[in-house]
Design a protein around this ligand. Sequence first.
Ligand code: HEM
Length: 221
Amino acid sequence: MSLPASTVARKLLMAATGQLMIIFIILHVLGNSTIFYRTLNAYAAGLHALPLLLWIFRSVMLAAIMLHVFYGIQVTIENREAKPRTYAVQEYAASTFSSRNMIWTGTAIGSFLIYHLLHFTFQTIDPSTAAVTHPDAAGRPDVFAMVFAAFRRIGILLVYAAGLLAVWLHLSHGIQSSFQTWGLNGEKSFPYIKKGSRLAALILLLAYAAIPAAIVMGLLK
Ligand code: HEM
């Protein structure tokens, strides 16, 4: 398979894969919020009851992440090699901290994701609370107890705080940038897209942070 070389095609691929990941991030926080209804274990068991669907989904996500990372690194290198006008669309956005540091917040998200998968998917970070080896009263993996135990530990809380901050910064710019790439960059509409993008990133940050916060504050027991 040959990968597209044109700047427009690469930007479109980055936007499409980024938006796919945003959809995952929205679905993931909705799924995780079942913890507030004490149905997280049932939700997790439900997901694992459909292994074929789960693995198709995982494969698509993995391919999307790899393409996004590959082109993200390539675009950054090219931009730094004194080619400031490589973007295919006209940008109205002034440079911000999050737009200037996409490569670094992306790297932080990648590192967080590796930790997170080892932690909650492969469950190797703290085997004493691993859900697969600790069933709940109904015999399902006790994901609730695993998540609960994790967020009682300061070191883990700091890793998640850093990961969520990186996601917030990356999405604050990434959402608006992906809409721009699809041509939604009109002088009138773009300021709304910019504000909407920042608001959506903030809502996602708060929604994710609500889980560790509720555990630390003793609201979830
Ligand atoms: C408070 C924050 C979060 C909590 C409590 C949480 C919880 C979980 C749990 C319990 C699982 C394992 C599900 C299972 O296999 O039963 C999981 C998997 C996963 N999480 Fe998170 N998550 C959080 C934040 C994030 C963020 C910010 C991202 C993305 C940047 C993310 C991406 C993933 C991915 C890719 C998986 C693997 C899904 C799979 O098994 O196919 N998570 N998460």
